[in-house]
Design a protein around this ligand. Structure first.
Ligand code: ZN
Length: 125
């Protein structure tokens, strides 16, 4: 059996805006048997932290990340305002079934990225 090389690869699984969210993600990964490490994000990154895969299967780790973000974002609704208008372009999405992709601007309003952007006030209007 070939010996594994020391893990020098730095696979960024996700980024996190603060230490509390980063800790929740790392804990969630640990529960699934995936070891991850936290490090500072490069200066120009949007988020402050990067979560790197240190040991485990990348595909499993990535699907775990989806589940973990989903759980954390459960309370964060899709990227629409209280009138169901798309937060990216203002198009009214009332009556569209989830997952909603805005017919006007093409943003998936239920995606983790869109919900994060909405919850963090990062959507330019
Ligand atoms: Zn839109």
């Amino acid at each position: 059996m070939p010996s594994r090389e020391p893990n020098s690869s730095r696979i960024v699984l996700t980024t996190a805006p603060n230490a509390s969210i980063a800790a929740q993600i790392i804990y969630g990964l640990e529960l699934r048997g995936i070891n991850a490490t936290l490090c500072d994000a490069p200066p120009r990154e949007r988020d402050s932290y990067q979560i790197l895969l240190s040991d485990g299967d990348e595909v499993i780790a990535r699907s775990a990340i989806e589940v973990i973000w989903d759980a954390m974002l459960e309370t964060m609704p899709r990227a629409v305002d209280r009138f169901s208008n798309c937060l990216f372009c203002g198009y009214n999405t009332q009556g569209l079934a989830p997952p909603v992709t805005c017919p006007e601007c093409g943003h998936n309003l239920d995606s983790i990225e869109s919900r994060r952007a909405a919850s963090e006030g990062r959507i330019p209007r």
